[in-house]
Design a protein around this ligand. Structure first.
Ligand SMILES: [Zn+2]
Length: 137
């Protein structure tokens, strides 16, 4: 049996998958997620079952991949301007969190328990051009 749908992207958690799903739907591409409910129930199984899959109909695959390719993966500030590196002024700046794995999951769970959004996660930016790490604002 040939596959009718194809996976165009895979995400660790469903929150990021939902954002990209919305982007594709705004382009008129019908999408759906697979395994998102399982991972929402137990985020620790994400790696074991291969993450949240974003699927589209085969006939939309090429268009979906084009849209995904056009999404800017580098960080922007509150005004939508690209953040530039203070050292080399490069524009290839990515956000990363210092918290990893279980520490992050524990922090996120704790935040939900006390109804505080996880705004205090320590975030740094990383310049892909010169490898400089810095804070923004
Ligand atoms: Zn730089």
């Amino acid at each position: 049996m040939s596959e009718i749908f194809s996976t165009v992207a895979v995400f660790q958690y469903s929150a990021e998958a939902q954002i990209i799903k919305g982007r594709l739907q705004a382009e008129g591409i019908e999408t759906f997620l697979a395994d998102n409910h399982t991972i929402d129930t137990d985020p620790l199984v994400s790696n074991a079952i291969g993450g949240v899959k974003l699927k589209v109909h085969k006939r939309n695959q090429e268009q979906a991949l084009q849209v995904l390719g056009s999404i800017n993966k580098y960080s922007v500030d509150d005004d939508g301007e690209q953040i530039s590196c203070p050292k080399c002024h490069g524009k290839k700046v990515e956000l990363f969190s210092n918290m990893k794995g279980l520490q992050f999951f524990f922090f996120l769970s704790l935040s939900f328990l006390i109804y505080v959004l996880p705004m205090r996660i320590k975030r740094d930016y990383y310049c892909a051009t010169c490898n400089h790490k810095f804070k923004f604002k």
